[in-house]
Design a protein around this ligand. Sequence first.
Ligand SMILES: Cc1cc2nc3c(=O)[nH]c(=O)nc-3n(C[C@H](O)[C@H](O)[C@H](O)COP(=O)(O)OP(=O)(O)OC[C@H]3O[C@@H](n4cnc5c(N)ncnc54)[C@H](O)[C@@H]3O)c2cc1C
Length: 499
Amino acid sequence: MNAPCDTFERQRLANVHPPGWRNPEPAARYHLVVIGAGPAGLVAAKGAAGLGARVALIERDLIGGDCLNVGCVPSKALIRTARLYAEMRNAAHYGARAPDDVQVDFAAAMARMRQLRARISRSDSIAAMADAGIDVFLGHARFVSGDTVDVDGTRLRFDKAVIATGSRPDMPDIPGLGEIDLLTNENIFDLTELPPRLLVIGGGPLGCELAQAFSRFGASTIIAQDMPLFLPKEERDAAQLLSDAFARDGLEVRLNTKVTAVRVENGEKIVDMVSDDHHSSVPVDAVLAGVGRLPNVEGMDLHLAGVETTDSGGVRVDDFLRTSNRRIYAAGDACMDYKFTDVADATARIVVRNALFPGRQRVSALTIPWCTYTDPEIAHVGLYVRQANELGIPVRTFTVPMHEVDRAILDGEQIGFVKIHVAQRSDKILGATIVASRAGEMINEITLAMVNGIGLNRLANVIHAYPTQAEAIRKAANACNRERLTPFIAGLLRWWIRR
Ligand SMILES: Cc1cc2nc3c(=O)[nH]c(=O)nc-3n(C[C@H](O)[C@H](O)[C@H](O)COP(=O)(O)OP(=O)(O)OC[C@H]3O[C@@H](n4cnc5c(N)ncnc54)[C@H](O)[C@@H]3O)c2cc1C
């Protein structure tokens, strides 16, 4: 597949990998060498340079990493347009009229995505890094010793280094998959034409988001997941609501389904699947693999620096994000189980503190929210009930369905709930799951409360603008507050009023 080469793409490349870029003369020694210029590497490099450190940043491909180029940014741009098409088809529900047969302009949606991606690439540009005093080297980094990195023949010596090399798509081991032009997040955003029939393998966040978006663009989409539900880490009722939403969108949901082979017959791609002993074969035009991510550590000669990896192939780090070489740290997807941009950012900040200063900040102390940007969105922070149970922490859960929230009713977005878990006999928030059209925005209030030790009862005192969907959080807080009203206190209040 040929990537489109329009003005927007040229602008982006000028920012993230300018043609003809010449690496600078390296300094004799750097306080910090950062390998990988995704969100983790950029935050580490900018943070350290801003504090006065001499910093080198190495990137073998595109500054901005997956998030900007082939991840969060392009996917969220497409999801927005896809959502608009879904709303247009549903116009009558909003008391509006739209043509019966809404025509999708997929190429225009992709062009909009490229334009916005080019615009956002300015803040991650190589020029912005150089302006921040960072020496940027384009090339593949590999260790040659415990304090030296080689970038295509140039040696950089360091006091400290951070491995922020991110991850890449895992390839499912399915016979025949290697014989077709498989779509992954690395090439799907280069499409200019919508595949009429799409099979998505994998029901994690990436598979779910893109399956729904492409289905809304009009691709006849099947999503195959070899487990009983999508998003296996999430709470079951949240995942169930997502299955229902997919079915409403016309997405063909195949749970407990394994893709066993992909073949090409008479020029057509055929996918063989087995669901609960039932075998089926479907013709498709494209297959998207979204089965997981593998850390990028290949070709880095980590052993020459004494850096160990884990069984799953990530960089092994301790709670301070130090590797087995005390000079070398890691951040982001390269070492974390939770592969999100906000995690990459937060871990990079810890690395700057712990590597350059006598910092002892622990990664286990982080409170990390995340969100899957389907419609409805599914956001989570803190503990799940099953995790609290495993830790022996008794939990009390307060749930507010979105259909009890005025704004959700008015917006026609009543599917979902806010579920907040507190420690029993206290109002300490342990975790929350939100399923709502803007769950990703709403989860931040809970995260703020958790980080600052604000109990759920106190959220009842926070005046929420009316009507907002975040009022669901206040309703949950009110329910928690009401439980404090023991019969004794209720009696006391009654006595006071009637006295
Ligand atoms: C389709 C998709 C959608 C996503 N959506 C979201 C979302 O909405 N929200 C969210 O929080 N997260 C999302 N993510 C996850 C997010 O993109 C990643 O968690 C994030 O990019 C990780 O940042 P990172 O800096 O650790 O790694 P990366 O972004 O992967 O960057 C690592 C960089 O290191 C470079 N590199 C690797 N090896 C070397 C080497 N040896 N020498 C030099 N350079 C090297 C790579 O080229 C790359 O540029 C999404 C991911 C995908 C795939």
